[in-house]
Each structure stands twice: as C-alpha cells, then as structure tokens.
Design a binder for this molecule. Structure first.
Ligand SMILES: CC(C)(COP(=O)(O)OP(=O)(O)OC[C@H]1O[C@@H](n2cnc3c(N)ncnc32)[C@H](O)[C@@H]1OP(=O)(O)O)[C@@H](O)C(=O)NCCC(=O)NCCS
Length: 162
C-alpha cells in the first residue's frame, strides 16, 4: 500500500456492527484465508446465531463487503476470543483495534470480567494488537498448533481483566 493510501485509509473509520447470520459466508472466507483449519459457512452461521457468542464485523464503509470480523464466546463472567481476522487489503489501518475496542466495551456490558485468547508465539501483528489492549501472557502451550506442512507452533495464552 502506498503512503497516501495508508494515510487516507487510516483517516477513515471503519463501520463496525454486530455480525448477522447473512455474514457467515464472508466470515468463513476471511477465517479460511489465514487459519489452516477452516470453518464452513454453516459453522460460522451457527456461531453467529449462538447466544453465547459475541461477534462483530467491520466494513471500510457502509454497504461495502465485510473486511474483518471478531468472534468471542462468553461463559459466565469470562470470555474467549475464538477468532479475529482482517482481509489482507484492509490490514494496518486500525481495523482490528477498532473491532477489539468495540468488543471489549460490548463484553463489559455483558458482565464479562476476563477475556482470554490463544495466539501463535510468532504472530507479531496479533501480539502487538493484544498488548495494545493490555492483554498479558498467562501461559504457553508448546506445539499447540499443527500447520498444513506438518510443522507445529507454540501458543501463548493471554488474559485481560476488565
Ligand atoms: C492480526 C490482525 C487481525 C491485525 O489486524 P489489523 O487491522 O491489520 O491491525 P491494526 O491495524 O488494528 O493494528 C494493530 C496493531 O498491530 C500492528 N500490526 C498490524 N499489522 C502488523 C504487521 N504486519 N507487522 C507488525 N505490526 C503489525 C499495528 O501497528 C498495531 O500496533 P500498534 O498498536 O503498536 O500501532 C491481522 O494481521 C490478521 O487478520 N492477521 C491474520 C489473522 C490473525 O493472525 N488473527 C489473530 C489470531 S490470534
């Protein structure tokens, strides 16, 4: 992305809204672009419709296709980030930050007191994102992720208290 596009892109705020069942195909596509174990559109639709799930979608402007999503699952006063992803063309414009800020506020309203997640130890962008919001490392799971090429990667477990 060029410098002007980056500056222009950063100045526009994404449109963030709760996910709807009709977003399921786009969520499955965005998730599958990055994660080795994909989710089918039906799995995504079930998650979005599940009362224990809290999902947000991002668009660069009203009426444009989904360019990012955040899906969390709530259990009592704890929640877990199941997945967060932003389309490659829309990255590094603050979209993940906007979704997470909105998500943390929304989960707080749902009386969540701690938010957990797992992240691959070498996922620099995601680690920066989570540290920005005050997530702290609470554990490590060696060889937790199995990749398509057969290799494994360590997971860091992080928590943020509200
Ligand atoms: C991780 C991800 C969601 C970040 O989305 P994004 O919209 O590009 O992130 P933002 O623009 O809001 O930036 C968040 C932070 O990450 C940093 N960042 C984003 N992309 C980066 C990159 N490629 N390299 C280094 N830092 C990066 C930003 O500078 C920012 O940090 P700051 O607060 O210190 O400025 C996106 O890269 C993605 O979808 N990755 C694939 C899926 C994934 O890894 N999900 C997380 C699984 S746990």
């Amino acid at each position: 992305m060029g410098i002007f596009a980056r500056l222009f892109g950063r100045s526009k705020r994404p449109v963030i809204a709760r996910l709807k069942p009709e977003d399921a195909e786009d969520v499955a596509q965005l998730h599958g672009d990055y994660f080795d174990r994909g989710w089918s559109p039906v799995e995504c639709e079930n998650l979005i419709a599940d009362a224990t799930c809290y999902g947000l979608g991002a668009r660069l402007a009203q009426g444009e296709p989904l360019c990012g999503f955040l899906l969390c699952r709530i259990a009592a006063d704890e929640a877990e980030i199941l997945s967060i992803a932003v389309a490659r063309h829309a990255r590094e414009r603050g979209i993940a930050k906007s979704m997470l800020a909105r998500g943390i506020a929304g989960l707080g309203v749902e009386r969540v007191r701690s938010l957990f997640l797992e992240v691959e130890a070498e996922n620099i962008a995601a680690l920066k994102l989570y540290r920005h919001f005050g997530f702290e490392e609470v554990g490590r799971r060696p060889a937790y992720y199995r990749k398509a090429d057969g290799s494994t990667a360590e997971a860091i477990v992080m928590r943020r208290n509200f």
